[in-house]
Design a protein around this ligand. Structure first.
Ligand SMILES: Nc1ncnc2c1ncn2[C@@H]1O[C@H](COP(=O)(O)OS(=O)(=O)O)[C@@H](OP(=O)(O)O)[C@H]1O
Length: 355
């Protein structure tokens, strides 16, 4: 057992016996398994179809933001909440279609505030890797669904995700929960972020969860794991969605535009999900400029222009050029297949090609 794993398991014992610990729906072990588990190949619906039950309800879902993981989806969630014609669950990442499906459609409906004049939807960045069986069921339930996917440079994305993985293990967070400050006023996360471990244990875990404490081989092994392979392979995942939904139902966004044209990104998203163009224009015009420019859910201090401006040198990938090169080689086939898909769908932008 590695240093990190043994410290983590001692943390689990402490956390489980802590009377004050919030009722965890999943154990931390479940959490890391869940982070690692869903992939297009391995996740299938183990429960009966729900579209039959849905017929008896007056519930329609208008949009899903499918991801990608670490592609600015929390920023989108924060700002979409400010659009008067959009209704999102207060908590980002409902994870109904992957983790909570067995809770049934009534549970899902309860996550939304019913309002017939608004466009109802949710953002769960892992949905993009849902298997075809689940996508087929989503289509049976909501054939007119509008879908959005944000794509980011695959090395940046993977690094961001791996830094998050290390941090989450350190904080003992369950999947779908957030580090303090990601979503303001999220008391549940605030509680979870103070695990009942001694200060020295915490310091040791902090050290081990710092990227600088891990050798290059750790990150390469993670990147070769199904978790990251499936999340890097945008084209394969998206093709599953294109099998069921028409091209014009799926909007692909370039993550770099969040920096260069944030208003444009939000305008594109809200009009795509059905908000009237005049209302959309008014919405983006009235947004608070500071909030629009704000980076949220930051795990590395990437300035968004390809340059990393790290205060904490421990998280900088630019300081590990060999690792960066190896990562570029590993993601290169996925970049090529995604760029091919973009061209086929008529987009004029592409991801940075490492070949
Ligand atoms: N405004 C703005 N401009 C550019 N980039 C931004 C912005 N807001 C958030 N981010 C970056 O998005 C990364 C987090 O993405 P997500 O919120 O989708 O992550 S998650 O999958 O929900 O955990 C995370 O990237 P890293 O810092 O590289 O980890 C955030 O910094």
């Amino acid at each position: 057992m590695s240093d990190f794993a043994s410290l983590l398991s001692s943390f689990k014992v402490t956390a489980q016996s802590a009377a004050a610990a919030p009722p965890a729906e999943k154990t931390n072990e479940d959490a890391s398994r869940k982070r690692a588990a869903p992939s297009a190949a391995s996740t299938t619906l183990a429960f009966p179809s729900i579209h039959i039950h849905l017929k008896k309800k007056s519930f329609d879902l208008h949009f899903l933001i499918l991801g990608g993981q670490k592609c600015g989806t929390t920023w989108v969630h924060t700002l979409l909440q400010k659009c008067k014609l959009v209704s999102l669950p207060a908590q980002k990442e409902v994870h109904f279609w992957d983790w909570h499906y067995k809770k049934g459609i009534d549970w899902y409906i309860r996550q939304f505030e019913q309002n017939s004049s608004k466009h109802l939807g949710e953002i769960t960045p892992d949905y993009v890797v849902l298997p075809p069986t689940t996508i087929a069921e989503i289509h049976r339930c909501f054939p007119n669904l509008r879908l959005v996917f944000i794509a980011r440079d695959l090395v940046e994305r993977a690094w961001s995700a791996m830094v998050m993985e290390l941090r989450d293990q350190n904080m003992g967070l369950n999947p779908g929960e957030f580090a303090v400050g990601v979503i303001q006023g999220d008391k549940r996360s605030a509680k979870r972020a103070k695990p009942n471990v001694s200060t020295s244990q915490q310091r040791r875990m902090q050290q081990l969860s710092s990227p600088s404490s891990q050798p290059d081989s750790y990150f390469i092994e993670r990147l070769e794991h199904e978790t990251h392979k499936s999340r890097s392979d945008y084209a394969t995942s998206l093709k599953n969605w294109y099998e069921y939904f028409p091209d014009d139902a799926i909007l692909l966004i370039d993550y770099r535009d969040i920096r260069s044209d944030p208003h444009g990104v939000l305008y594109k998203i809200v009009t795509h999900i059905g908000v009237d163009e005049d209302v959309a224009k008014q919405y983006v015009d009235e947004l608070d400029e500071e909030e629009v420019q704000q980076r949220v859910n930051v795990s590395t201090n990437n300035d968004g222009n390809g340059k990393e401006t790290h205060n904490d040198s421990s998280v900088s990938l630019s300081q590990r050029p060999l690792l960066k090169k190896q990562m570029e080689k590993l993601v290169s086939p996925y970049v090529m297949s995604f760029n091919t898909l973009l061209r086929a769908k008529g987009y004029t932008w592409s991801l940075n090609d490492y070949t």
